[in-house]
Design a protein around this ligand. Sequence first.
Ligand SMILES: [Zn+2]
Ligand SMILES: [Zn+2]
Length: 137
Amino acid sequence: MSTAPNTFDGSCLCGAVRYEVSGTPDLFFLCHCSRCRKGTGSAHASNMFIPDGKLVWLSGEDMVTTFAVEGAQHARAFCSRCGSPVPIVRPGGRVKLPAGSLDTNAGMRPLAHIWTGSRADWDDHLEDVTAFGERPG
Ligand SMILES: [Zn+2]
Ligand SMILES: [Zn+2]
């Protein structure tokens, strides 16, 4: 089904944290839940999930901070300098990989929007919003 590469390289915004994840993603969700909106500051998180994925920190492992929501399954990892989301290994060995952090191609399209019942009031038909190739003006 997938032509996805089996090695994914990525980094955070400041460049301190670099990683490589290997494995085959089985899910790619755009999650609009309130926790993902808070955690990204955007309309949704964009996460690939890689069962039995192998996560290797190429640099900056000591900069990686994790946060788990108490009493929930929601957890995230991020660079403690720039705040960028980075991959995290979840229970069962599934790697959650924020697709926006990739420096290589994802190689697959998202499979679904999820938790759309929780989406922001401005998150509706965004594909219809006027588009510019770069910042206008
Ligand atoms: Zn960083
Ligand atoms: Zn979510």
